[in-house]
Design a protein around this ligand. Sequence first.
Ligand SMILES: Cc1cc2nc3c(=O)[nH]c(=O)nc-3n(C[C@H](O)[C@H](O)[C@H](O)COP(=O)(O)OP(=O)(O)OC[C@H]3O[C@@H](n4cnc5c(N)ncnc54)[C@H](O)[C@@H]3O)c2cc1C
Ligand SMILES: NC(=O)c1ccc[n+]([C@@H]2O[C@H](COP(=O)([O-])OP(=O)(O)OC[C@H]3O[C@@H](n4cnc5c(N)ncnc54)[C@H](O)[C@@H]3O)[C@@H](O)[C@H]2O)c1
Length: 482
Amino acid sequence: MTTEYDVIVIGAGAIGENAADRAVQGGLSAVLVEAELVGGECSYWACMPSKALLRAGDAIREAQRVGGAAEAVTGEIDVAAVFRRRNSFTSDWHDDGQVSWVEGAGIGLVRGHAVFTGVKEVTVTGPDGTVTELRARNAVVVATGSVPLLPDIPGLADATPWTSREATSAQKAPARLVIIGGGVVAVEMATAYASFGTEVTLVARTVILQNQEPFAGELVAESLKNLGVDLRIGGSPTAVSRDADGVVHTTLPGGEVIDSDEILVATGRLPRTGDLGIETIGLTPNQWLETDDTMLVLGDDGEPLAGEWLYATGDVNHRALLTHQGKYQARAAGDVIVARAKGLPVSDAPWGRHVATADHEAVPQVTFTDPQVGSVGLTAAAAEKAGYRTKVVDYEIGSVAGASVYLDGYAGRARMVVDEDRKVVLGVTFVGAAVQELVHSATVAIVGEVPLDRLWHAVPSYPTISEVWLRFLETYGRDASA
Ligand SMILES: Cc1cc2nc3c(=O)[nH]c(=O)nc-3n(C[C@H](O)[C@H](O)[C@H](O)COP(=O)(O)OP(=O)(O)OC[C@H]3O[C@@H](n4cnc5c(N)ncnc54)[C@H](O)[C@@H]3O)c2cc1C
Ligand SMILES: NC(=O)c1ccc[n+]([C@@H]2O[C@H](COP(=O)([O-])OP(=O)(O)OC[C@H]3O[C@@H](n4cnc5c(N)ncnc54)[C@H](O)[C@@H]3O)[C@@H](O)[C@H]2O)c1
């Protein structure tokens, strides 16, 4: 027997949940199909557990840099307590809470692995082998996420390496950890485990955080070294093996061998489209699903599939591998599915209700290292490459009164990239303690295309770190005619 819903959403991560919720809120019926835990990677093996692992070290280091508080912080980090707190954020890897939310939201749930069997048709095989046939009246949303990429390094796969899943769900810290990669996962996990007393070696091909402003990677690298991380930049391991005693041997390009108890691979992600049966609907497995701005999946001819019924949201479309950005896409997709199903107007011009325009040039991200890196929009290099005529404004955040009160010897740097033709902000990067809460101010300025002349009237409170905005404007200079 086939069960019909208006909308089928494959993958109940944060993104799939949001797409289904918007469809239901718009008056359609929707079902989520989930092979593992409702809540997906972010809840159990990514954002939340990783941030929980980082927070204690961050809090201690901050307190150690405030005279008066520093004298009170005399003990060691309680690693077991950190892991217990992290376990509470993942509900010990049980999804009952999220399942209750799904039920309360009026969304159907089928547990099992989904494959496409035809246009708008999905077959789900449950953990006990039960088969459920589903048909969508209007749309199917693919929200299956991504999986870690394992580089082709001889011996690596056989050495049972950690991926981000093991790094975020470990119940104790290894004495020695080698990390391969220089992106966000690598630097966050290096920071967390170094805080736990693990001897960390980080091996990266290129400078760390290479997609950020160069000073971000430089400041984070400096602090990782201060935390005791051994940074090996400029090459990839040539071989990895694990011996009978469980010791991992990692051979570096020059021939040096580093011994460790675990090795973490943090070298990027691959699309989770290999086992979805998408060849039955004319798509190629193991590829990212390219979409238009309403999240309709595009076929090889660059056009939406006939009938405009297939959508992709979240990591699987490779637009921005971040939870908040995927949820933004899911809101647009859920709403446009409702509009198309009901024959309502579709608002798909840039910045319309049914498009994820911000994915192109206004994606915010916080990397929770020490210092934190908070950025949104274009870097100076990306803006130049995109053909903008720009002016770059740099400022040392430590010179702001609020920063000096916040931490003794606050060190951090900020950059604003201005579009000289429109006199609006294209990108902002903050590197420093507690900048995580500053990023949204920059996102609002960029998305709102707030003219610099008007930004002078957005007065930051004194004495807060937000006064860096005033310093940006003062450094840029004020137009006397405005
Ligand atoms: C260590 C780490 C830390 C991160 N930290 C942050 C952070 O701080 N902030 C941030 O914004 N982003 C962070 N990210 C990125 C973030 O985790 C992802 O962008 C987000 O989880 C993507 O969500 P998604 O719903 O697209 O995919 P997922 O969360 O992976 O969900 C996909 C779901 O689909 C299910 N599924 C897959 N195939 C099938 C199938 N065939 N049938 C049924 N179900 C299926 C899976 O079981 C899974 O539950 C982090 C990533 C990592 C690895
Ligand atoms: N705080 C956050 O927002 C957060 C935290 C973690 C992850 N994420 C997201 O998860 C995604 C995955 O993160 P990631 O760090 O795995 O990927 P990434 O693409 O950010 O970084 C991969 C890194 O690995 C390096 N690399 C690749 N192959 C290598 C090799 N053979 N040897 C040495 N280095 C190699 C690359 O040069 C790059 O520096 C990112 O897109 C990120 O947005 C976000």
